[in-house]
Structures are given as C-alpha cells and as structure tokens.
Design a protein around this ligand. Structure first.
Ligand code: FPP
Length: 265
C-alpha cells in the first residue's frame, strides 16, 4: 500500500463499506438560503464556500478518490457583475486559504471548463494550486468552473476533427474510450454518484457525457446547510443501490459488493 493510500483509509467510518470512487456535486440553493434570511445572495455563496470546505474534508477523510464540484457554470456568467465578481473573489480566497491543507492531505487540484473568461488573477491562482498539488495522490478535487457539458463535448469533437484533418487520427478509430481522452475530464473515471442539493431534479448541463451510468441522489437541503450528516445519508443510499450498467441484475447491493463501484468496465 502506498503512503497516500494509508493516509486515505485511516478515517473511513465503519458504515462506509463501498464508497463511490467518484462523487460529483451540483451545489445548489445558495441564493435561496440567503433570501430566507433577508441577506444578499453573496452571503449565501460565502456560507456555500464553508460547505465546500466541510465536504472536501469529509470526502478526503472517508476515502473518496475523486470529488467534482460544480462551482460556476458557463451560464452563470449571465448573473449580475456584482455576483460574478463575488464568486470569483470567494474562489480566490478558497484557493489561497486551502492550498497548504490540500498539500498536507495529498489532495490534487484541477479544474474543468472554459478558462478563457476567468479573471487573470483567478487563472494564475488556479495554475499555481494545480502545480503546487500535482503530487497529491490521495484524492483529486476537481472544480467545474465556467463549465458547460455541451461545450465540453463540442470542444472534444473539434479536437478530434482537427486530429483527423491533420492525418493523426481516422474517423473509424473513434471509440468511447478514445473520445474520453478528448474531454476536459481525461484521466478521471466517470462519477459513480451525482448529488444535487436544494430539491431541484435537473442535470443543468453538468458532465453530460460522463453521467451516462451514474447513480443520482437529490437532497432538499440548501447547499450552505449541507454537512457531514447529509453526505453520510447520500453515501448510505448509494451503497444500497444495485448498479447494473445496462446488464442483468445480480440482486447484490454495493454494500454487499458487486465489484462494479468504480466504473462501467
Ligand atoms: C448555486 O446556488 C451555486 C452557485 C451558482 C455557485 C456555487 C458556489 C459556491 C458553493 C461558493 C464558492 C465556491 C468555492 C469552490 C469556494 P444558486 O445561487 O443558484 O442558488 P439559488 O438557486 O437558490 O438561487
């Protein structure tokens, strides 16, 4: 067992028999949380950033290998300048404040999404944290930023088409596995579990290709109130699912072990 694996397993609770290897989260409800308290939307995002810290910490402690958080969608650029600026500032603060902890906990940081519209200071920070945490082997923390699932698929299709035009690839070579490698998520297995807060039941242009066989879980809690107990309920629920990936059922749930919890292979 490598050093990072030892790290990873030491705090896994006894109820967690088969954690999803990859958890993806649509963090929703910051605005409603603030509205209920007659506070500006930004106050909801600020509390939402605290929920991000709690979630990263629990996932790392409980031995999840990949955590992808939908922090800012391509469509979010349409929000007011005030809100967009506040979200970018929170992101920068988060990266400033968490980089040392990420390194200590062997968390590797990366982002997916279109970086072209991100402010230069945020971009620089992202690059620095990616560089500073690249040796982390216990957990990958992936932030979807300025992200659109459809745009990601179009980008991948364009890159493949360029390779074909340049003679590096032939159309017949294209398989699902090859296409995976053209996506922003290249090298990351698809999510085993998608969790969305705030009671909305939508995918909202998130990881459209990658979610093909993902288990879905919806929690009515507003994201700023999301905590370890919510995460525990979602993971317990996941363990009771039967994952079939389109094949016949075995009657086994994940907690009894189907061996299929890490992907569609
Ligand atoms: C959805 O709530 C949430 C977002 C658009 C942004 C998520 C951002 C954070 C959790 C905080 C900053 C992130 C990091 C990584 C530090 P909403 O505003 O759409 O809520 P509503 O649907 O109730 O209006």
């Amino acid at each position: 067992m490598s050093r990072s694996d030892e790290h990873r397993l030491d705090e896994r609770p006894s109820w967690l028999v088969k954690p999803p290897a990859h958890l993806a989260v649509i963090m929703d409800g910051n605005g409603r949380w603030a509205k209920k308290r007659l506070l500006p939307r930004v106050a909801g995002h600020r509390q939402g950033a605290q929920a991000v810290r709690r979630t990263v910490s629990a996932c790392r402690a409980w031995g999840l290998r990949y955590l992808t958080l939908y922090a800012f969608s391509w469509e979010n650029w349409k929000r007011s300048r005030l809100e967009v600026d506040a979200l970018m500032a929170l992101l920068e603060d988060y990266l400033d404040g968490e980089e040392a902890l990420m390194r200590e906990k062997a968390i590797r940081f990366r982002t997916i999404g279109n970086r072209s519209r991100l402010p230069l200071s945020v971009l620089r920070k992202i690059e620095a944290v990616e560089q500073g945490t690249r040796d982390g082997g216990a957990m990958d923390l992936v932030l979807a930023l300025s992200y659109s699932g459809r745009e990601e698929i179009l980008g991948a299709a364009k890159r493949f088409a360029s390779d074909v035009a340049a003679g590096r690839k032939a159309p017949e070579e294209l398989t699902e596995e090859l296409f995976d490698g053209y996506l922003d998520t290249a090298g990351i297995p698809p999510p085993d579990l998608l969790l969305r807060t705030s009671g909305e039941h939508r995918i909202s242009n998130f990881l459209l290709w990658q979610l093909a066989y993902t288990e879905l879980y919806f929690d009515p809690v507003l994201w700023p109130d999301f905590g370890e107990e919510n995460l525990k309920r979602a993971l317990m629920d996941y363990q009771d699912r039967q994952r079939r990936f389109g094949a016949e059922g075995t009657g086994e749930t994940l907690s009894r072990g189907t061996g299929q919890e890490t992907g569609k292979a």
